[in-house]
Design a protein around this ligand. Structure first.
Ligand code: NAD
Length: 344
């Protein structure tokens, strides 16, 4: 399928090639949908091997932002910017300035922010040329781990709702939960779960993070490649995407998969495989929407208290999706897509 056919089939509105020879910027901005409002989606900086890989990533990420924002019932659409480059490269400041000029020409159809590889300082450079940027230095989104904390809070809510459905109680005291990835979100999630009395099993590529979690949360450590075999009731993938696949699915002992990672299923068909194994799957873009909800709340001028209560609503949304998937006897991912598409 050609790129143009893909853009048409997936309902994209706009794809912008951003080339600034002076700063040597090559970037793409994909706007999937502005039907519900301006497109939100951070800016990723990544050493893509070629332009096609960058475009594909921008499109995939922009589309899922539309679904995420719609499922969270935000008055925003989905977009994404990707810059081809490396973190720490000499000249990045000028490149982000140039990107700011491209974003400004879109007149607010797309708002950017921090994503993988970018920081508040990069957004400061973007902000020199456009107001359509979040997560700058000093803003709530650009401060500490606010966004990650809100993502973790949404996942925590989603885990409780999933536990209610599966075990008949939201209470997590005494439940065994395996957390894969102890980065910004995984760590914050462990804090919520530990406070709720859960017994944690943890893994990360960083040994020191694992050791710290053992000390702070009384967690049981497990090697990264053994986490799938862990004797747990809930598995929370909070590292990379694509972790549920033919090599891991049969090893899972849990009754629930619910975590923050984007695109947890290597292929959509694994949603059915999980269902057939009697494992409840919390669709990733629904349960991990806390970050984008926090961004939207900041744009809407809401404070931290209201933001938290908006993130908490992820639990209600997830519950509605579980009800629908039970009624239709379909997968939770199909129910989530239907839920989002209805709102798009
Ligand atoms: P992060 O980079 O801070 O942390 C990721 C952690 O995972 C790192 O500590 C890393 O060492 C670990 N890791 C990587 N591969 C691993 C493996 N194979 N086994 C065990 N650990 C491994 O990232 P983050 O911001 O915490 O995000 C975590 C996930 O949640 C990502 O998939 C991200 O896309 C998603 N997400 C994050 C946010 C947010 O607000 N930060 C919002 C929505 C979704």
């Amino acid at each position: 399928m050609t790129l143009w056919m893909e853009l048409e089939q997936d309902g994209f509105e706009q794809l912008v090639w951003c080339r600034d020879r002076e700063s040597d910027l090559t970037a793409f901005i994909a706007i999937h949908s502005t039907k519900r409002g301006p497109a939100l989606g951070g800016c990723r900086l990544w050493p893509y091997p070629h332009e096609e890989a960058a475009v594909q990533d921008a499109m995939r990420l922009a589309r899922s932002m539309t679904y995420k924002a719609a499922a969270a019932e935000l008055s925003y659409g989905g977009g994404k910017a990707v810059v081809i480059g490396r973190v720490g490269d000499h000249g990045n400041a000028k490149r982000f300035e140039a990107l700011g000029r491209f974003i400004d020409r879109l007149n607010g159809a797309y708002w950017t922010g921090v994503d993988v590889g970018t920081t508040a300082v990069d957004m400061d450079h973007v902000a020199l040329h456009t107001p359509y940027v979040t997560d700058t230095t000093g803003s709530l989104g650009g401060t500490g781990d606010w966004t990650a904390d809100m993502t973790a809070y949404g996942v925590y809510e989603g885990i409780q709702v999933s536990a209610q459905r599966t075990f008949g109680s939201r209470a997590l005291a005494g439940r065994t939960i395996a957390v894969q990835g102890l980065g910004k979100v995984g760590w914050a999630l462990c804090r919520y779960l530990h406070r709720a009395g859960a017994q944690l099993i943890v893994t990360d590529l960083s040994v020191s993070l694992v050791e710290q979690a053992v000390r702070e949360f009384n967690a049981l450590p497990v090697a990264p490649d053994r986490v799938y075999d862990a004797a747990c009731e809930i598995f929370a993938p909070c590292a990379l995407g694509g972790v549920i696949h033919e090599g891991t699915i049969d090893r899972l002992k849990c009754r629930i998969v619910a975590g923050s990672a984007n695109n947890q299923l290597r292929d959509p068909s694994f949603a059915l495989a999980l269902k057939q194994q009697n494992i409840m799957y919390a669709p990733d873009y629904v349960i991990n929407a806390g970050g984008v909800i926090a961004t939207a709340a900041e744009l809407d001028g809401e404070g931290t208290f209201r933001t938290r209560s908006r993130v908490k609503r992820i639990g209600r949304t997830l519950d509605a999706i579980y009800t629908e998937s039970a009624r239709s006897n379909g997968t939770t991912t199909q129910a989530a897509d239907d839920f989002a598409e209805l709102r798009m």
